[in-house]
Ligand binder design. Structure first.
Ligand SMILES: *Cc1c(COP(=O)(O)O)cnc(C)c1O
Length: 242
């Protein structure tokens, strides 16, 4: 990756971002701007993944959006019997309606492998906000890293091992082993989520584009080189199957 230029990384990303935005326009009629910082969130809609966490304080989110524009792309289906998961999707739809006219946001239907590929390659930041220690892995973050998207996630699952703060992404909140209650943890996580967006992520994207591209490069060189299915197969074979 040291030999791949920032321009090459950025141009490949813009191509993938344009493909995602074209897909969104076609499916929803919403026209998103390729120059705007775009956050993605997609996975099974189930309660512990806490997909609605970003919307915990809509006024703060609108305020942050005034310091640097945001676009939100969400997707994910609930299991037919998972009523709590279905409620999360409804909740997000309502929050998105409340943001209309200020923060551009879409919830895409029929999340599948094809849409996952478009999203993990087309967004700038991949968000994950599970309730620790529930996330076994969180593989979509690794897919995002392979594509140079930058992870912004709760320290749970693979991200506990993968995160190098400010180098290949950003953490949200404390480590799972920090002994605090669920409500207190949630309070800290939400504060951290908004503060890092306002003071680290937005300024880096809009005012330090070279630094941003370097983080994209690190996302690939310091994350994807290790968290990949080749390693997974090698270790299953040598440490479990044989
Ligand atoms: C990667 C992927 C998942 C799993 O994502 P997590 O972040 O581990 O929840 C689920 N569904 C699809 C279609 C995927 O591509």
């Amino acid at each position: 990756m040291d030999e791949v230029s920032h321009e090459e990384i950025w141009n490949a990303h813009l191509k993938a971002k344009k493909a995602l935005l074209d897909h969104i326009a076609e499916k929803t009629g919403v026209i998103m701007d390729i120059n705007v910082l775009t956050l993605g969130f997609a996975r099974r809609a189930t309660a512990y993944k806490r997909a609605a966490m970003l919307f915990s304080d809509p006024e703060r989110l609108k305020e942050i959006n005034r310091t640097g524009k945001l676009q939100l792309v969400f997707a994910g289906k609930a299991h037919p019997k998972d009523d709590a998961g279905k409620r999360v999707i409804k909740e997000i739809y309502n929050y998105m309606a409340g943001l209309r006219g200020e923060v551009e946001a879409v919830y895409l239907e029929n999340y599948d492998l094809d849409l996952a590929a478009r999203m993990v390659s087309g967004v700038d930041v991949w968000l994950n906000t599970p309730l620790p220690p529930m996330e076994a892995s969180g593989t979509s973050g690794m897919k995002a890293a392979c594509n140079g998207a930058i992870n912004f996630s709760i320290l749970d699952g693979w991200w506990i091992e993968g995160c190098i703060e400010g180098v290949n992404g950003w953490a949200i909140g404390p480590y799972p082993m920090v002994p605090i209650g669920e409500n207190e943890r949630r309070r800290i996580e939400i504060k951290d989520l908004y503060n890092k967006m306002e003071y680290l992520i937005i300024p880096k994207f809009y005012h330090d584009r070279d630094g941003w591209r370097e983080m994209m490069r690190s996302s690939i060189s310091k994350t994807a080189y290790y968290f990949n299915s080749h390693r997974m197969m090698r270790r299953y074979i040598t440490e479990a199957y044989l």
